[in-house]
Design a protein around this ligand. Structure first.
Ligand SMILES: NC(=O)c1ccc[n+]([C@@H]2O[C@H](COP(=O)([O-])OP(=O)(O)OC[C@H]3O[C@@H](n4cnc5c(N)ncnc54)[C@H](O)[C@@H]3O)[C@@H](O)[C@H]2O)c1
Length: 310
């Protein structure tokens, strides 16, 4: 299958490439390396990489015309500076519109869009069903929500996925790498009083194998476990893993731009796709820590203003 992945040098994109290339799929990546890394998309057979931004309509059109993808996975996203509304708008809104239009013009069979749970804003119910109203309140959430609407407007069969926090190779954002890095360096930590839904990469990849099939359902789905686990639970698992035992840490209230609890209801996804996450939470975290032992951690980015740069 010919699969075009925008943002293919990022965490999810590069894991999909590692997973799909050996299966014989042909892959084309468009990435500006804003947060992705050139070295994770090496010059190998079956993989073509175009450096550039999805905000450049000419570049996007040329890539689609050259590669003629059957499936598009739209994974490119801007989030690293919460005050850079212009770049978030260029990438997440204008860029998404370019990708949606090029997909339509080039007869793409399926468009798969990756969406953040921040599209739901501060949830009115937990776990959050995919029918929950969108109410984003950050630059990332607002622009990603507009971009998603362009995907759905395109007329191309579109599957848009509201994804939990996927953990796996190259994850360099959030509490797991932060605690691992700081505890190893003997630095103090604090935990925000928040909880998130964590999904193991292997479960995400199993879902994506189904999602690219020509006869797979389209629409809006959560890809998640439906369970909320606290940041303190993660801290305790990291501390135990590093052999540091039980450590008392300050628990601080959620930041103003943070959402206290996120868990995404995947009941409908499980029913329609016949997919269910297999890896339990503690094992997901331990697998991640084992990966850091082997490969280390690179930059830690956060799209939450209050944590940016920490
Ligand atoms: N990782 C998760 O757990 C998670 C959860 C929910 C949603 N998502 C969504 O999945 C997608 C991928 O997330 P990720 O965690 O892999 O992030 P990432 O930052 O690792 O990947 C994003 C990629 O997009 C590239 N990019 C940024 N701006 C671009 C532009 N203008 N043109 C081309 N490429 C550009 C970056 O360089 C990077 O390689 C994003 O759309 C994100 O909103 C991810």
């Amino acid at each position: 299958m010919r699969i075009l992945i925008t943002g293919g040098a990022g965490c999810l994109g590069s894991n999909l490439i590692d997973h799909w290339l050996p299966e014989g799929h042909e892959i084309f990546v468009i990435d500006n390396f804003a947060t992705g890394k050139r070295e994770v998309v090496p010059d190998v057979l079956g993989l073509t990489v175009k450096e550039g931004t999805v905000a450049d309509e000419g570049l996007v059109n040329n890539c689609f015309e050259e590669f003629k993808p059957e499936v598009v996975v739209h994974s490119a996203a801007s989030y690293k500076n919460p005050d850079d509304w212009d770049e978030d708008g260029r990438t997440n809104v204008i860029g998404s519109a370019h990708v949606a239009k090029a997909a339509k013009a080039n007869g793409v069979g399926r468009l798969i869009n990756f969406q953040t749970a921040l599209c739901y804003g501060r949830p009115q119910q937990l776990p959050i069903p995919p029918t929950h109203p969108t109410a984003p309140f950050t630059s990332y959430g607002i622009t990603k929500t507009a971009g998603e609407q362009f995907m759905l407007l395109s007329g191309v069969p579109t599957l848009t996925l509201r994804i939990a926090n996927v953990t796996g190779p190259r994850l360099a954002i959030g509490p797991i790498p932060t605690f691992y890095k700081r505890l190893k360096a003997g630095q103090n930590c604090f935990c925000s009083d928040t909880s998130r839904d964590f999904l193991d990469m292997s479960d995400f990849l199993a879902f994506m194998d189904m999602a690219i099939q020509a006869d797979a359902p389209i629409g809006t789905f959560n890809v998640s476990t439906g369970e909320a686990h606290s940041i303190k639970e993660i801290f305790d698992l990291v501390s135990e893993y590093l052999g540091k035992g039980k450590i008392e840490v300050p628990i601080v209230p959620p930041a103003v731009d943070d959402v206290p609890v996120v868990s995404l209801d995947a009941t409908e996804t499980e029913r329609v796709f016949g997919w269910k996450p297999k890896v339990i939470f503690s094992e997901t975290i331990r697998r991640q820590l084992k990966w850091y032992d082997e490969y280390g951690i690179t930059d830690v980015f956060s799209h939450l203003k209050s944590l940016a740069g920490k």
